[in-house]
Design a protein around this ligand. Structure first.
Ligand SMILES: CC(C)(COP(=O)(O)OP(=O)(O)OC[C@H]1O[C@@H](n2cnc3c(N)ncnc32)[C@H](O)[C@@H]1OP(=O)(O)O)[C@@H](O)C(=O)NCCC(=O)NCCS
Length: 385
């Protein structure tokens, strides 16, 4: 096949690597420096000074809110938390021990059937639905978490912030201030990450003007994968399998010999430390010291040291998923819920980027480089050998 002829003026980048598909003012990733900003604000500053609600507002609306704006946004996030009863019924019908991301994807797809206000595109209506979906994501994660334990969902507590309410709906216990702060920081760090697979999937769906629920459902479907959001659960399972720090060497020798990828390492954009991993490591250190999970942190340190020594020269370093699981597990969260927790934050980035893109929408429609036959003569079924 004549590749040149079919490529024409187009360029070919497998996996769209390094291809720029849109302009955006939302967030910037510098993969060489290990630098991440949302709307110009460094993530380390947002973790220190901001809250999930405030950073969500910043991400979606492009500026830090004034007092009244934050109050209105927070109160919307709180008032939109409930799910229609049929969606709770659907969650209850799903297997208790099934994949929680599959349940979340199903719940969100179903939610779209109970709200068709966004079937026709209207930017301000879709913005409102987007805010509602952020709120409902937390509730859906909580309901799925409870169902996994055979328990009924809890009524959202409007006195709690998004993160504290999410933790309450998962565990039935209200978190203390420190736990809320640490988990809120983790939530802030997961809000947006430029044109990752799930964000791109949700934008591609939205570009057909389908509806916000379809777009967010697509984001969930993509985030589930172990090459993307699913890695946080895989990392924790690896640390549990290693069991003690002394066994990390043998485990890694085997992984290296079989040229297996180590979950929680490597990134399409970062070729140095992921700045989110640097921050999460400090929290993992703190939280594991007092929650009976120090051994997991020690294993992680050993794994980090060996993998960076082995592959650092190739630009492979810990990513956001390497230390987050230790924090969640230390707080008693079931590893099956780690990726849904990621979704409860990343939904903000999906919503923000969809809304930004739709201001000047262009249907995503790339091409494929055809490498098949151009001429084939049809053989009737009875004559095929
Ligand atoms: C995230 C990821 C898909 C991005 O990688 P990518 O840009 O597609 O890079 P590739 O998978 O093409 O890998 C490039 C090279 O680095 C190696 N590599 C990448 N990630 C690696 C990892 N986690 N462990 C060991 N080697 C890794 C590949 O084996 C490949 O080596 P080669 O050139 O000798 O064949 C990849 O790093 C990965 O699979 N990581 C593990 C899953 C994970 O943690 N995902 C969460 C991302 S936030």
């Amino acid at each position: 096949m004549d590749k040149e002829r079919f490529l024409g003026q187009a360029s070919f980048a497998k996996g769209l690597e390094d291809v720029i598909v849109c302009e955006s003012k939302i967030g910037y990733v510098d993969g060489a420096k290990g630098w991440l900003v949302y709307r110009g604000y460094e993530i380390a500053d947002l973790v220190k000074c901001s809250t999930f609600e405030e950073t969500a507002y910043l991400t979606i609306f492009g500026k830090l809110p004034r007092g009244a704006e934050l109050e209105e946004f927070t109160s919307k996030l709180s008032s939109y938390r409930s799910l229609p009863e049929p969606v709770h019924r659907i969650i209850r019908e799903l297997p208790q021990d099934g994949n929680a991301m599959a349940s979340l994807r199903t719940a969100f797809s179903a939610l779209g059937s109970y709200d068709n206000t966004g079937d026709r595109f209207d930017h301000s209506a879709w913005t409102e639905i987007g805010i509602k979906q952020v709120a409902q994501m937390g509730t859906a994660v909580g309901a799925i978490a409870r169902h996994r334990k055979g328990l009924s969902p809890l009524v959202p507590d409007s006195s709690l912030c998004y993160t504290a309410n999410l933790l309450y709906m998962i565990s039935g216990r209200k978190p203390d201030d420190r736990m809320t702060k640490v988990m809120d920081a983790a939530m802030i760090l997961h809000i947006d990450h430029e044109m990752n697979a799930s964000t791109f999937a949700s934008m591609a769906v939205a570009s057909s003007l389908a509806d916000m629920y379809s777009a967010i459902t697509a984001g969930l479907a993509s985030l589930k994968g172990p090459l993307h959001g699913g890695a946080n659960e895989t990392v924790l399972r690896m640390l549990l399998e290693i069991g003690v720090a002394d066994r990390a060497d043998a485990y890694l020798d085997d992984m290296f010999a079989r040229k297996k990828k180590i979950s929680g390492f490597g990134h399409r954009v970062y070729k140095t430390y992921d700045p989110r991993a640097v921050i999460l490591k400090k929290f993992a250190d703190e939280v594991s010291a007092t929650n009976g999970t120090r051994h997991l942190y020690e294993i992680a340190q050993k794994v980090e040291e060996r993998v960076v020594k082995q592959y650092g020269g190739k630009g492979i370093f810990p990513n956001v998923d390497f230390f987050s699981g230790i924090i969640y597990y230390s707080y008693g969260i079931d590893p099956g819920l780690f990726t849904p927790l990621f979704a409860a934050s990343r939904v903000v980035g999906w919503v923000a980027r969809i809304l930004e893109y739709l201001k000047d929408n262009r249907l995503f429609r790339p091409r494929a480089l055809y490498t098949g036959d151009l001429v084939a003569s049809y053989t009737p079924l009875s004559e095929r050998v």
